[in-house]
Design a protein around this ligand. Sequence first.
Ligand code: ATP
Ligand code: MG
Length: 396
Amino acid sequence: MCVELINTGTELLLGFTQNTHLPYLAAQLATRGLRITRQTTIGDDPAEMRATLTAAIQRADLILVTGGLGPTSDDITRDIVAEVLQRPLRLDNAVAETIRERFRKRGREMPKTNLVQAMVPEGATVLPNPNGTAPGLAIEHAGKNIFLLPGPPRELRPMFETYVLPRLSGAPVDCRIFRTASLPESQVEQLVAPALADLTGLELGYCARPGEVEVRIIGPRAAEAEPRVLAALGAHIFSTGHERMEDVVIRGLAGKTIATAESCTGGLIANRLTNVPGSSAVFLAGYVTYSNAAKIRDLGVREETLKKFGAVSEKVAREMAEGARQRAGTDYALSATGIAGPTGGTAEKPVGLVYIGLATPTSTHVQRHTLGFDRETFKFFVSQTALDMLRRELFS
Ligand code: ATP
Ligand code: MG
């Protein structure tokens, strides 16, 4: 089944409005086992609309067109669809009355221009719009289903769920995701690919983001593949759904406590942990110690250590984590000290160098990384790596 989505609106192409219909409709369609084959964004331009629609009708079984059903001169969807399908537009009195009534309720007379919204292509079914004046339209044409939906998300979404979704049949797309951390994309693939080599007809995808690689398997054999992926990736997986790294860590801490000692991340680790509801039960203190003086004063880092090894060093990361753990009286403490850049690097300690520490009740581990990111990505990556160190410790 070929599904095409046509999003109209010049504001989308100017970059003024983000096309939120695409992710929304993709997720909705997936609940019926449908996937968008092709998506096109076009401006409010008759020639583009004509060409795009004509081509889509050749290819697709299901076509969704969004936007351009309003009463203004740039709202052309209804007219062009009628023209391309060669179905004359007729005034639908019931629709006209509904729109008139909508205005009456607000103590206003319906402007004449709104009557165009009551024009319905021959043979089309009107989809009511309780949240706006523009009704949607459903058209069956040469065995294909075409739906015209209003642009505003608050109008499109209820209309889609109430009137379009029930007309679509099919079992949900079986899509499973596995989110891993602290492993490069290529290594994730090296672990996963051999484990699934003999499963034909499986769609396998990888999506790398800073601090995370997501593995996606789609298809009727996804259930069969799942245990294999779980086994192949093991502890590298931190989530198989919407749970974020910080959620997993807070869940894993249950009954144990944590403090943070942050330099280059500026409090981001603490911020992420405290974004999780209920974190107050486990997160006791976060120290943002940007200067050497603060590291000494608030964490008890030794002056000699700073002098001998520098603030960005394995030893300082260790003393930061141990100091925070001791001063806050927690079971665990995370620390980070590094050079986020773009300035401040030396030959010996380049931009991107970072030490991340984890103090536990029994020992302290420090990881050294050299990262090549912009400042904000660097901070996120370091916070992700720190949280992942703790996660692995908690779930080992
Ligand atoms: P209206 O009756 O409001 O004119 P319409 O069907 O003609 O409805 P548009 O004029 O195209 O819709 O868009 C109305 C609003 O919806 C605008 O604010 C627009 O930015 C927003 N919108 C349109 N398409 C999208 C989209 N794909 N994603 C997010 N917002 C959108
Ligand atoms: Mg528009």
